[in-house]
Design a protein around this ligand. Structure first.
Ligand SMILES: O=P(O)(O)OC[C@@H](O)[C@@H](O)c1c[nH]c2ccccc12
Length: 255
């Protein structure tokens, strides 16, 4: 059993429990355009950064002790991020829905709910906490489930980041409607990071997509190397979350 299988099993029982006793919340403001914010940065000649609010991960444990979602959201926005990503998984990433609510209220950026979607019910829940986009991990779902979750997201006016790791997954992703594709440099089954694989994958992909390189990016030079391969959007968590001055570090990355 891989870590991804374990996470998905936990998620299914968690979702069943939440579904049985849903939390009442005030209606959030309308979705902020997530893909549009990335595309606008690139059109202006810059990099589209999705800056992630991430307290811990299964491979690294605790990443930041003085974890403060609204402060981090403001720092990322001031540093030039296009969008935020907020982990909401409790069990493996020490995330929470409340972190997303607080981060989104603290800035104007569109926010991705970074979690493991296993059921279309989670899409409505994601919108109810204010998420502007959701993640579909191709390795986690069959084609029917992916299409259903994507359709639910579009009905709610949200964007969908479709995450792939290899050529087969990319092919499956391209059968969906979303043209926002994340290539995870980190294999979710082994945690190995390989930037070269990302270059290979994108080289053979259609040009009408916005590609986001995800995971294991630590320096401006990493981003510039990606840009040589026509990848200008990035999802970065750990390396920014470890900085004392997140705003300055974000600016150094994409400013
Ligand atoms: O912290 P990093 O190495 O910069 O990576 C961020 C992001 O890509 C990573 O958190 C991630 C990518 N895909 C995921 C799926 C689930 C949970 C987390 C992830």
């Amino acid at each position: 059993m891989t870590i991804l299988d374990k996470i998905l099993a936990t998620k299914r029982s968690e979702v069943a429990a939440r579904r049985a006793a849903p939390t009442e919340r005030p209606t959030p403001s309308a979705p902020r355009g997530f893909k549009a914010a990335l595309d606008a940065k690139v059109a202006a000649g810059g990099y589209g950064l999705i800056a992630e609010i991430k307290k811990a991960s299964p491979s690294k444990g605790l990443i930041r002790a003085d974890f403060d979602p609204p402060a981090h959201a403001r720092a990322y926005a001031a540093g030039g991020a296009a969008c935020l990503s907020v982990l909401t998984d409790y069990e493996y990433f020490q995330g929470h829905e409340d972190y997303l609510i607080a981060a989104r209220a603290a800035c104007d950026l569109p926010v991705l709910r970074k979690d493991f979607m296993v059921d279309p019910w989670q899409v409505a829940e994601s919108r109810s906490i204010g998420a502007d986009a959701i993640l579909i991990i191709v390795a986690a779902l069959d084609d029917g489930a992916m299409a259903e979750i994507e359709a639910a997201a579009f009905e709610h006016g949200m964007d969908v980041l479709v995450e792939v790791h290899d050529a087969d997954e990319l092919e499956r992703a391209l059968r969906l409607k979303s043209r926002l594709i994340g290539v995870n440099n980190r294999n979710l089954k082994t945690f190995e990071v390989d930037l070269q694989k990302t270059y290979e994958l994108v080289r053979h992909a259609p040009r009408n997509c916005t590609f986001v390189a995800e995971s294991g990016l630590t320096t401006r030079a990493d981003l510039d190397a990606m840009a040589e391969h026509d990848i200008r959007c990035f999802l970065i968590g750990e390396s920014l979350m470890r900085q004392d001055d997140i705003e300055a570090a974000t600016r150094a990355m994409v400013g």
